[in-house]
Design a binder for this molecule. Structure first.
Ligand SMILES: Nc1ccn([C@@H]2O[C@H](COP(=O)(O)OP(=O)(O)OP(=O)(O)O)[C@@H](O)[C@H]2O)c(=O)n1
Ligand SMILES: C[C@](O)(CO)[C@H](O)COP(=O)(O)O
Length: 243
């Protein structure tokens, strides 16, 4: 894969955001007055390597998302497409892949719910795919110890611990995850299990997946506390820009 390779990003943004609590679909909720999705789109378009961003909107929300993109300032060098999503993240990513035009060699998949990922992380993922890795994930070491349990028989029951994986070998995986296009398309055509990220589909094909450094600001806005943290990160960025 050369430095001439063209890169597109698929942004799944069709989730409801149930864990964030009642309200509009998560990607459309405000973070510092601007929809979370717009922050995520800008984070991807900040990379000069990205020529196309495909936003996967809530199933009945594509016209609203198109209007949202038109109403916010975005880099002119980047093209934008909006397609309707599906019932699961996997279906939504697949809808985005179906909309890829010819001439794209590298595809990134980035959660709308990770609006603050720095551009250096995006560029690091793209560089690793360009260097020949078919699948690349940004990730961080864990700070908590992790226990594998036997899930509770009834809500509230104690859960027996089965194992304690060696923490030093575990990584918490973020997005954007980057792929050689043909590999990601094949993974989505082949793997039918419900999985929680795209890289694990490539693992199921028996192909190598590599980890590059993630970033603490690439966290996923999942619960209400994450939204508070995201506001605080933006406030810190504004304060730093002021100096
Ligand atoms: N049917 C779905 C479900 C999720 N996503 C997207 O996948 C990303 C990661 O999902 P998550 O953070 O779990 O978002 P939600 O599914 O919205 O959250 P929840 O599980 O709390 O409802 C989000 O950008 C979300 O919009 C999607 O495009 N289509
Ligand atoms: C893809 C992901 O962000 C990697 O950590 C994560 O698996 C998405 O999980 P979610 O439950 O759909 O938010």
């Amino acid at each position: 894969m050369s430095s001439e390779s063209r890169t597109a990003v698929v942004i799944p943004a069709a989730g409801r955001g149930v864990r964030l609590g009642p309200g509009a679909p998560k990607a459309l909720r405000a973070l510092n007055g601007t929809p979370i999705l717009i922050h995520a789109v800008r984070a991807m378009a900040a990379s000069r390597a990205v020529s196309l961003v495909i936003v996967v909107a809530p199933p009945d929300g594509a016209p609203e998302v198109k209007t949202l993109l038109d109403d916010h300032a975005l880099p002119e060098r980047t093209d934008f497409l909006v397609v309707p999503g599906g019932d699961s993240r996997q279906e939504s990513v697949r809808a985005g892949l179906d909309a890829l035009p010819p001439g794209i060699d590298i595809v990134l998949v980035h959660d709308a719910a990770r609006p603050l990922v720095p551009v250096d992380t995006v560029d690091g993922v793209i560089a690793a795919v360009r260097e020949g890795a078919p699948a690349v994930v940004p990730a961080l070491p864990l700070t908590d110890t992790v226990k594998q349990v036997e899930p509770a028989a009834a809500p509230g029951d104690a859960e027996p611990v089965v194992a304690t994986p060696e923490r030093a070998r575990l990584r918490a995986v973020q997005t954007p995850q980057g792929f050689d296009r043909a590999t990601l398309v094949r993974a989505h055509e082949t793997v039918t299990d419900n999985v929680t990220d795209d890289a694990s589909m490539v693992e199921q094909l028996g192909l190598p997946v590599v980890v590059v450094p993630g970033h603490e600001e690439a966290f996923k806005v999942t619960r209400p506390l994450d939204l508070l943290l995201a506001e605080a990160v933006l406030a810190r960025r504004r304060a730093n820009d002021g100096f």
